[in-house]
Design a protein around this ligand. Structure first.
Ligand SMILES: [Zn+2]
Length: 54
């Protein structure tokens, strides 16, 4: 399926067999985590702590 990147708004391809918690990296650099909402898959920005800027 195709869904929308919450960071850049671009299209993100998600495998049909993606599982909740799966991490998908978008070409814009966003790290997205698969969640299930009302039986459908949604993407949220993954919380990767404070690893930025090292
Ligand atoms: Zn993006």
């Amino acid at each position: 399926m195709i869904t929308r990147c919450p960071l850049c708004g671009g299209n993100v391809k998600v495998p049909d067999d993606a599982l909740p918690g799966e991490i998908i990296e978008h070409s814009c650099g966003a790290v997205l985590e698969v969640h299930v909402n009302d039986g459908g898959l949604v993407l949220k920005l993954a919380e990767i702590g404070e690893d930025w800027g090292e």
